[in-house]
Design a protein around this ligand. Structure first.
Ligand code: B1M
Length: 236
């Protein structure tokens, strides 16, 4: 615990110092501080998208580098992830505000079996909600059966799968093949995303789209739903 005289009053910091402090606080996994800092920046008129990208995502990027380099370990990274989620929780309702009265489309999203990474997936879900999509979030560690059940129940325009591990990304192919076998693949679009993926992989597993990041994913999702509606009109 720092002495009182060392305690930093976040309110007293200018924007630049506060952002730097929040990067440190994400690194140190300080959820209360991140929530407080997020509120301060929003009160100062910061755009929620900028708080997300410049503060939270950037803070987590540094954590990722040190995790890769063996400077941080799983328990520390979990704390960082928790701090980031604290900030994201405050941004979610703002980002999800949408002028669209009707839903842009229905999107089922989940992280694949064997994989518990969910920050990027949550971010994509939040941004989709912000763009007017009705998002059904299946969480993490989803089997083929989980996806099939959700598709049957929610009848989405798009199924989105996320994977952050090179060992779990091949499971996306398993899911797509099963959808194909059951004749479901032609009824919906599939989007895949996650740090180890690329367009080549998405093409190789027969996915309709590869979402490089949350912003691109939203644009792609809108385009895919547009295609679906085009198909429906053609059939009429
Ligand atoms: Co993990 N982990 N992790 N981890 N972790 C990575 C992925 C890793 C690259 C770290 C490293 O070594 N540098 C590495 C994978 C290496 C590899 O596969 N080649 C790794 C490893 C090895 C592991 C463990 C095996 C570690 C261990 O136990 N020894 C273990 C695996 C557990 C499991 O899943 N079975 C593990 C565990 C964990 C924590 C639990 C500690 C934690 C996860 C907490 C959580 O998610 N709730 C964690 C974290 C946080 C990371 C890093 C540091 C950060 C990931 C993250 O949240 N990034 C990560 C390093 C890294 O990626 N730099 C790492 C921020 C997020 C906003 O970005 O997720 O890429 P990202 O999402 C982006 C895009 O990819 C895209 O849009 C998002 C927003 O722009 N996107 C989509 C993502 N999903 C999408 C879906 C879409 C479209 C776009 O459509 C459906």
């Amino acid at each position: 615990m720092p002495d009182n005289e060392d305690t930093i009053i976040l309110e007293d910091l200018n924007d630049g110092d506060l952002v730097e402090q929040m990067h440190d606080d994400i690194y140190d996994g300080l959820v209360d501080e991140i929530e407080q800092g997020t509120k301060i920046l929003l009160n100062r008129g910061w755009d929620a998208n900028n708080v997300l990208t410049e503060v939270l995502v950037e803070g987590m990027r540094v954590v990722g580098v040190d995790f890769r380099d063996g400077i941080l370990f799983v328990p520390e990274v979990l704390l960082s992830a928790n701090a980031m989620k604290g900030g994201m929780g405050l941004l979610r309702p703002i980002l999800a505000q949408s002028d669209n009265i009707a839903s842009t489309g229905k999107y089922v999203i989940g992280t694949v079996k064997g994989d518990i990474h969910d920050i990027g997936k949550n971010l994509v879900g939040m941004m989709l909600e912000g763009a007017g999509f009705e998002v059904v979030d299946l969480g993490i560690n989803n089997s083929v059966e989980d996806y099939l059940h959700a598709i049957d129940k929610h009848q989405p325009h798009i199924l989105g799968m996320s994977a952050l591990l090179t060992t779990t990304m091949p499971y996306m192919k398993v899911v797509i093949e099963e959808l194909d076998k059951r004749g479901i693949l032609k009824q919906l679009h599939v989007m895949v995303g996650g740090a180890p993926l690329n367009q080549e992989f998405a093409d190789a597993i027969n996915s309709d789209a590869y979402g490089r990041d949350a912003a691109v994913s939203v644009e792609l999702a809108k385009a895919l739903v547009g295609k679906t509606q085009g198909r429906v009109l053609e059939a009429m």
